[in-house]
Design a protein around this ligand. Sequence first.
Ligand code: 13P
Ligand code: SF4
Length: 308
Amino acid sequence: MTGQDGLKGEIRKLLRERNAVMLAHNYQRDEIQEIADITGDSLGLSQEAARCEAQVIVFCGVHFMAESAAILAPDKTVLLPRLDAGCPMADMITADDLRDYRATHPEAVVVTYVNSSAEVKALSDICCTSGNAVNVVRSIPENREIYMVPDRNLALYVEKASGRRLTWFDGFCPTHERLKVEAAERAREAHPDALLVVHPECPPEVVEMADAVLSTAGMYSFCRRSEAREFLIGTEMGILYRLRKENPGKTFHLVSRALICPNMKLTTLEDVHDSLESLSPVVTVSPDIRSKALSALDAMLRVPRDVS
Ligand code: 13P
Ligand code: SF4
């Protein structure tokens, strides 16, 4: 038995003792995804947190995701093993930025990507994920002005896909922004039969080239169902773990080695172990912020799947 196997066993034991569930985002390290109870995208995991019976949630992801879990599951203890695991894109917009915008554009509907702080969600009308953003925007009456935060690349993609005129905050994901057209072209030359599948956080020129533009959850189902045997993946490298496991007959290439989110890679097995042992650090959201942020999340959850 290796040291890592021993640690995995200890984590599983602590999970039982603490009546805890281990959730891991699709971008987490392989060994974290391997022993998690549930892996998934940011919103899906927070919904699982609210649904499950466990009293303690150990959230292996970044800070805004643990906050969403705390918003949706207020009676549970939400642990984020590395408090320094943040999301640079979520941090690009502050509550003051959004307050200033609202003061000058009181009529606008603010659509906020779940990759944002609880405070920013609390100032928003409706949330969205990369998987439902087009539907969320289509659900807003035609005569309303729409402002999307914080991701400019997602906003531009949604504007094109929904046919609605949008304005947006100038934020971006530093990891997806590193995926350049040249890298996508090189990957296509090297693997001409492969489908190019990218996340809408990628730069617009890369999104334009893609065969499919999907959220992480969307990528799993697309690649599973597709007749193609080979795929070029344009999102954070952690997604490869499950794509390869679930599709043994298919081949997956990461479009660029730059697709690593340092924050998503911070959490180690040791961190998970220590967090479960000490039951810290705990992520909380104040009741006032929570109820407003919950309204924006609930508004999103009420949007039907297909709004045309
Ligand atoms: P998901 O919403 O698909 O989980 O993606 C989160 C994220 O951080 C994308 O970069
Ligand atoms: Fe944030 Fe980008 Fe990392 Fe996702 S991949 S957590 S958006 S920095």
